[in-house]
Design a binder for this molecule. Structure first.
Ligand code: F6P
Length: 367
């Protein structure tokens, strides 16, 4: 067993919340093995994210529960998108009754927790921040394939999804070339376009469209026509699921959805593909990569990041440093106050170096 060190935290709860991704189990393993072996803490695993804490669905996590999960995708605890602070009409209160926050505070006490460790994205950390203001001790680990959490250079899950998306783009190159087609691939990223931007550059996309840069279809079709004139018989268009045209970006969300339902498709890739083919006459096909990006085993980079963040969380627990989110900063692991990620999304800045990199290799970003 490890060399035991004194710990301020005796028992903590751990939960995974929001979209799953490769690396979650590596992070759970990192926190728990350090806490159990080095600090002799006790661990309560909470099922199904905040929903499990509301319902008291918890079990003891022991060292043996952390064996064999480093390379396992998904989360052994299960997850949900429960948002306890989201006010719902009493009629929608569900089986837990109206006050979910009271249920959380009550179960936190009944389970004898000194702290709650949450692994999740933007919504998870916003809930964590509000629970901290309600008097709970909370620590967060930044997880999402979207890489859109303020306060950390990188989230675990992103690198694995980047590898999956890049492999998919590589595969589209061969079929596009064989058929002299334009292939449009839609990647995840509803609010922020980090995954589409990085995978687009890694995969050699000719056009990359992200939510942060509303696109002009004439710019896209002009770029594709120029490629054809220069003898390029195929093109690859990488679209984040949240990408919008200039016109669509000026519409209210509800009006956009109505417009899409009446005229085209809720999928960005299918909308873009349809317009490209209509305006250029080039044979165009769309692929929505979807949940494949969140499946499978974590990359080595994500295993290292998730494990390092997990053990860093155990160190914070031992020191009784609560109200923090573990973060990657300048290549090192640190932590920031939970107020830093709460209620925010990290968008791709127009002057980000990766946008310039894309432009410098001749990629069209829709402008
Ligand atoms: O938050 C990560 C994410 O994969 C987004 O990229 C995507 O838009 C969303 O989750 C999908 O949500 P759900 O899993 O609830 O369908």
């Amino acid at each position: 067993m490890g060399n035991f060190r004194p710990s301020v935290t005796r028992r903590f709860g751990i939960l995974t919340s929001g979209g799953d991704c490769p690396g979650l189990n590596a992070a759970i393993r990192g926190v728990c093995r350090a806490a159990l072996s080095r600090y002799d803490m006790k661990v309560t695993g909470i099922a199904g994210g905040y929903r499990g804490l509301i319902g008291g669905d918890a079990r003891e996590l022991r060292l043996e529960d952390c064996s064999g999960i480093l390379t396992r995708g998904g989360t052994i605890l299960g997850t949900s998108r429960e948002k306890p602070f989201k006010t719902e009409p009493a009629a929608n209160a569900g089986e837990f009754g109206v006050d979910k926050v009271a249920a959380i505070k009550d179960n936190y006490r009944k389970l004898g927790l000194d702290c709650l460790v949450v692994l999740g994205g933007n919504g998870t950390h916003t809930t964590a921040y509000h629970l901290m203001r309600e008097g709970l001790n909370v620590l967060g680990l930044p997880k999402t394939i979207d890489n859109d959490i303020v306060g950390t250079d990188r989230t675990f899950g992103f690198n694995s999804a980047l590898a999956i998306a890049t492999d998919a783009i590589d595969r589209l190159h061969t079929t596009a070339q064989s058929h002299n087609r334009v292939m449009v691939i839609e990647l995840m990223g509803n609010k922020a376009g980090w995954l589409a931007l990085y995978a687009g550059v890694a995969g050699g996309g000719d056009v990359i469209l992200i939510p942060e840069i509303p696109y002009d279809m004439k710019s896209i079709t002009g770029h594709l026509k120029k490629r054809a004139e220069d003898g390029k018989s195929f093109s690859i268009v990488v679209v984040a699921e949240g990408a919008l045209s200039v016109e669509e970006s000026g519409m209210e969300k509800k009006d956009r959805k109505k417009y899409w339902a009446e005229t085209s498709s809720p999928s960005a890739a299918y909308r873009v593909a349809r317009e490209i083919e209509a305006e250029t006459g080039m044979e165009t096909r769309a692929t929505v990569l979807g949940y494949v990006q969140r499946g499978g085993i974590p990359s080595a980079t994500d295993r290292i990041l998730a494990t390092s963040m997990g053990t860093a969380a155990a160190d914070l627990l031992a020191r009784g440093e609560y109200g923090r989110m573990v973060a990657l900063s300048g290549g090192g692991i640190t932590s920031v106050d939970l107020s830093v990620p709460a209620e925010k999304v990290k968008f791709v800045p127009r002057d980000h170096f990766m946008v310039n990199t894309a432009l410098s290799v001749g990629t069209c970003v829709g402008e």
